[in-house]
Each structure stands twice: as structure tokens, then as C-alpha cells.
Design a protein around this ligand. Sequence first.
Ligand code: ZN
Length: 505
Amino acid sequence: MAEQPPAYRPTTSGTRVYLDVPYSEKEAAKALGARWDQAAKRWYDPRPPTTGLDPWAARPPVPDLLPGEDRAFGAGLFVDMVPRWCWFTNVRSCVTPQDWERLRHMITRRAGQRCEACWAGEDRTVQRWLEAHERWAYDDRTGVQALRRLICLCSDCHLSTHLGLANVTGRADQALAHLRAVTGMTDSEVSRHVQAAGELWTRRSARVWTLDLTMLTDAGVTLARPETAADRAAAAERELRDLRGTTARVIPAPRTPPEQPQHRPTSRTEPPNRAGPDLAALLADSGWLNGPDDLARNAPGIGVSYEAARRLHTEGVGADHSWRVGADGEITVAAVLSTLTTPSRLNRLRRRSPAWKVLHSVPVGTGRGDIDHVLIGPPGVVTINTKHHRAGRLALDGDELIVNGRATDYIPTARREALRAAALLGSALDATGHPELAARLTMRPVLAIVGGRVLITSWAPGVSVVMTRQLTHTLTSMPPALDPHEVDAVYGVARHRAVWARSLP
Ligand SMILES: [Zn+2]
């Protein structure tokens, strides 16, 4: 680094003397006495000045808006593959680790410690971190690739953005599933999007770009290695070879998306649902509200409680046990959900209704099957399947959920359930004058685990597996898609029993 190390003075906020410790150097700093401030998410010197910690002395913070930065540039989540000769030679590799840490710290702080694409926070239990990602503007005429914005992305969104890299490292399915979950794109929309991104990447990769990093240099960040374009190309090839262990083709081929991790109602070009009685007329007469057809009256676990009673009656004492345990689980989850669906005192005073609505034990079809909880809120509709395992040991590896050593079909079932719910609710919305809502409806299956512990090896595409203590966090972290009026409209339709009782074509 060309600059002199800054004088080591206790400068920073309050009484804490913060340090800029890059992740790769944290063990060294810790050994020398540095401590971690969980709230500030920074290392600090507990007894300043501690000998040996000076190399990490915090430099003045970088400004919250970098010179020339456009924070509206490149909003949301999309596949944005950097041209071939720039791979891995990103901003991080151009600045010192300490400057990178300064930048990363500013970016995560100004984003409120949330991903700016999906609003998820850091979660070490699921290996989700917040990372800084560069948004570039490409000028085809001048051949300049200019840094326009630094955006805070969670590792999942970051992976989706770098789909080419995800493909090379065998994680394309995971990246596509996340892209679908966050954007609500259908499978065919995702295919088109990936296709277009691939074509753009191919076109941009056909030339060598000149990097414009004035956004950083004007903010006082020193470029450690202003590499030439040729150096960058060689470095990209080298790192890619290391990653793959082969020199095979680099082009990230658009892949066929995996099956439906994101659920939408069936296409409206399909023949209309045999709705039995005309749903629109049925719902228009408000006489059903608070009556036996109003599912809002359903108590949590009521479906399984009936089943427990039936088993006890037909099969004898003991046959009802697992059903009772199941009912307990649903009641536990309902209690957690009530923190979202019960208006706070303040909102009661303001006559504002809670942002979320819930229906319990929603009977689907004509058999005894029901969905434990249907939650309707800002992100759309969430179907929750509750699994109660007292002190159970669960292991999740993709679609396989193993409970106490036994493989279960919980994940495919949860997905099927959401798909069916999406089709039923989607066609009902369509039939009752909300075609626009029906088209935008996203259904997110959640498997809520009560008791027990889950060891996660890899995620189940499109299905969230969540312990009850993380449930509200998971739900409130989902990106918003519906406004309060739309939530009310969906709830108004979903609460009628007839909506769920129909058979699908
Ligand atoms: Zn994210």
C-alpha cells in the first residue's frame, strides 16, 4: 500500500476503539487481544492502545455515499455476470483487505444490516452472510466498465447474481431457486432471463474492458493492484482453473430450471376450474362470515384433534397419540404466528389492522387432508406445515428430510401442498374479480419444526425448513409483494371453505 499507516489514536465513536480487521486476519487480531462487538459488527481494542493491534487501526470511515455513486442503479435481484476477463478481479482484489473491510462495513451499515435485494439479515446458522457487490455500467462505445454502485447482498442473492460462477461451482440450482423465490418469476420467466443474461455476457466477454474505479479513488480508497487488462484475464483464467480443476468450457450455459421451487397458480389459459357453486356469488353474500363456512373460526390443530378423536374411537387407546402430538405442534406454531397476526396496542388505537392474516387447519379437497396454517401477508401467501418432534434429530439434505434416522417425504409433500393451494386460491381469486392478484400470487411453502434439532447439509429448493424460534424472522424477512389492501382481498377470498373444497381439473 502506498499510503503511510495512519497514526494510532483512539478516535472512534463512544469509548470503543474500533479496528478494521479483514475476515482473513481475524484470528491473528484476536490472538493479539482484539474483541468482537456484536452490535457494531466490528472488532475493537478493549484496552487501547494494545501493542500489535496498530496495523488494524481504523481509518476514517468512508462516506455513506461514494462520490458519483448512484444508489438507485441496478436495483433488485437479477443475473448480472461480469464479463469473462473480469471474473475474480473484482473491487475486492483491487483494494487492500483493510480498505475492503472499511467499504464492506459502510455498505452493510447503511443497508441496515440487511440484503438490499431480499432483505434477509446475516444468519450464521444457515451460513448466510452480507457481502458487498459491485454494480457496473458498461459503455459499449468507449469500452469502459465503470463502477456505479456498491450494493449489500446476502450470500444467496450474491450467488444468484453470479450465476456463471454458481454454475462452475455446481450450485446453479440453488442460485436459480433463490432467484425465483426472491423475484417471484415463473420458470419460463427465469429461463428467458437467464438466456438474455447469457447472451449479454457472451457479447461483453468478446472485448477487454477498461475499469473505471474513480468512485473509490475519489473516496480516498487506495488501489492496491491496478492490474492491466491482460493481467486480469490471466488471473481470471488461473482462478477459474483452480476452481474447476479443469480447463474445460467457461461459458455458463443457461440451464433448465429445477422443478417449481416457486409456486404460482396454474396459468389462466387453462380451462376454468369447476367451481361448483358460483364462487363470486357465494362470496358476495356476506352471510357466511363468522358462520361454519368461515375458516377464520378454525382453531389451530382442530383437524388433527378430530382425527385423534376418531382414531381413539375406532382403534382404541394409544392410536391417537401421534395425532395429539401433532395438534400440540400446531398450537405451538399458532402461538408464534399470533405475534404477527394480533394487532399491537398501538395499532389498535390507530385502528390499523395487523399486516398478516392467518387461517388454521384449512381443509383441502373432499378428504380429511388439511393445511396446518395458511398465512397471508406482505410477501404473499405462505403455507405452513408443522412437524412436532420432541427432542428429535433431523437432517436435511435437499429434498430428503431424515427424522431420527428415518427418511420422510415431508419436503415433497410441503411443495405439493403449496402448489395445490396456489392453484385453488389462484383460480378463486380469478373467479372473484381479482385476476391481477391471481397472476401475481406467490405461494411459499414452509416446514415449521417444533422441538428437535435440524442439521442442514443443503437446502430443499423452494421449501423453507425453519425451527419455531426462527419462524417470525424468516417470515418477516421475505420480500414484500402485496400491499395491505391486497392482503385483505386475498384473505377475504381464502377464508371461505368452498375455495379449498373444490376439485381441480
Ligand atoms: Zn439476499
